[in-house]
Design a protein around this ligand. Structure first.
Ligand code: PMP
Length: 360
C-alpha cells in the first residue's frame, strides 16, 4: 500500500491512525456485530459515539457551557442560508466582511433573506489581505457580523478576532477549525463543513450561543432550525452517523497529539517551511499580505504559467497530488491541514527547489 501526500483543499487528507482504526472497526464496532454505518442513530451504541464526539470537541475547543454544539448536514453553503434564517431575530440586516470567494458566496445568499451591509471588502486588492478592523463600517443595528476566518481559495486567514461589541460575531471556520486554539466566547456562532480538518463531507459543525437560538424565520426548514436541532440533540432528523463517528476518532487523535496548542505549533512549522521558501525564490510567488497568510491553504504561482502542467506532472510522479489551484485563481495551491505531516511539506519544498533549478 502506498499513501500519497494529498494536498487537496477538501475533502482532504485525514490522519492515518484514524483511517486505520476505522478500518479495524469497520465490520464489528466494539463487539456490536455491526459497522457504525449500519447502526440505528437511536441505539445506545451510536448515542454513545455521538456523545463522546461532542464531549471531545467541547474539550478541544474549550467550548463554554452556554454554547450548543450541533452536528448537522447541508455544508457551509447550507449555513449561508441557515445563519440569516436563524439569527436575524427581528432585525433587518447583517454585516458581512468580504475577504474572498467564500465570503462572497455567503453574503450573496444572505441577500435573499435580509439586507446585507458589506462592512469591508478586500476585493479591490484582489483578495490578498484581511481589511483592518478600523476600516470596517459596522452597522450598530446589524443582527450579526459575518466573517470567513480562512479563505480556502485565496489563502487569506484572520490571525486576530474582530471586536463586534454586543453584535454577535459569526464565522465560517470550514477550513481552519481546530487548526489552533480560538476563544469561542468571542463568537455568537461558528460553523464549518467537516471535510478539511475533521472527517468525511456530509457533516456540518455548528457551535452557537444559547441566547441566539429560538427566533428563526417561520420559513426556516425544521431540520435547520437551531432550536429544533438543539432540543433534539442534533437528531431531529437522522444525522450523518458515520461522519460523526470519524469526527470523534479525529478529535481523539487531536487530543492524544496534544490538542490545539500543539496543532498550532505543528501547523506554523509546516506553513513557515513553505512560505520561507516562496519568499526566498524569484521563481514562485504568493500574493497574500504576510500578516494575513493562511496556515492551511497556500496558493502560489510559477513565474510562467506555461510550466504549470509540467510542475503538476512531476509532483504526481513523486506522489504529491491535488496541487492544482482553484480554477478562479489558477496556479497552484497546497492545502496543509492538521493531518498533513511535516514530511509532506518537506517533500513539496524539495520538489519545488528541484523544479526551479531545472526550469528557472
Ligand atoms: N466555506 C469555506 C471557507 C469553504 O472552504 C468551503 C468548501 N471548500 C465552503 C464554505 C463550502 O462548503 P460546502 O461545500 O461543505 O458547503
Amino acid at each position: 500500500m502506498t499513501r500519497v501526500f494529498n494536498f487537496s483543499a477538501g475533502p482532504a487528507t485525514l490522519p492515518e491512525p484514524v483511517l486505520r482504526q476505522a478500518a479495524e472497526e469497520m465490520l464489528d464496532w466494539h463487539g456490536s456485530g455491526m459497522s457504525v454505518m449500519e447502526m440505528s442513530h437511536r441505539g445506545k451504541e451510536f448515542i454513545a459515539i455521538h456523545a463522546e464526539a461532542e464531549k471531545l470537541l467541547r474539550e478541544l475547543m474549550a467550548i463554554p457551557a452556554n454554547y450548543k454544539v450541533l452536528f448537522l448536514q447541508g455544508g457551509a453553503i447550507g449555513q449561508n442560508a441557515f445563519v440569516p434564517m436563524n439569527l436575524l431575530r427581528g432585525k433587518a440586516g447583517a454585516d458581512y466582511v468580504n475577504t474572498g470567494e467564500w465570503s462572497k458566496k455567503s453574503l450573496k445568499e444572505a441577500g435573499k433573506y435580509c439586507s446585507v451591509n458589506v462592512a469591508a471588502s478586500a476585493e479591490a486588492g484582489h483578495f490578498t489581505s484581511v481589511p483592518k478592523q478600523d476600516s470596517w463600517k459596522l452597522d450598530p443595528n446589524a443582527a450579526y457580523v459575518h466573517i470567513c476566518s480562512n479563505e480556502t481559495i485565496g489563502g487569506v486567514e484572520y490571525h486576530w478576532t474582530p471586536d463586534t461589541g454586543s453584535v454577535p460575531l459569526v464565522a465560517d471556520m470550514s477550513s481552519n477549525i481546530l487548526s489552533r486554539p480560538v476563544d469561542v466566547s468571542r463568537y455568537g456562532l461558528i460553523y464549518g463543513g467537516a471535510q478539511k480538518n475533521i472527517g468525511p463531507s456530509g457533516l456540518t459543525i455548528v457551535i452557537v450561543r444559547d441566547d441566539l437560538i429560538g427566533q428563526a424565520l417561520p420559513i426556516t426548514p425544521s431540520a435547520f432550525d437551531l432550536k429544533t436541532q438543539a432540543d433534539n440533540d442534533s437528531m431531529y432528523n437522522t444525522p450523518p452517523t458515520y461522519a460523526i463517528y470519524i469526527a470523534g476518532l479525529t478529535f481523539q487523535w487531536l487530543k492524544s497529539n496534544g490538542g490545539l496548542a500543539a496543532m498550532e505549533v505543528h501547523n506554523r512549522a509546516k506553513a513557515a517551511l513553505l512560505y520561507d521558501y516562496l519568499d526566498s525564490s524569484s521563481f514562485y510567488r504568493n500574493p497574500v499580505a504576510r500578516e494575513d497568510r493562511s496556515l492551511m491553504n497556500v496558493p502560489f504561482k510559477l513565474r510562467d504559467d506555461a510550466l504549470d502542467a509540467a510542475f503538476l506532472k512531476g509532483a504526481e510522479e513523486r506522489g504529491m497530488l491535488q496541487l492544482k489551484g482553484h480554477r478562479s485563481v489558477g496556479g497552484m495551491r497546497a492545502s496543509i491541514y492538521n493531518a498533513m505531516p511535516v514530511d509532506g511539506v518537506k517533500a513539496l519544498v524539495a520538489y519545488m527547489k528541484e523544479f526551479e533549478a531545472s526550469h528557472g
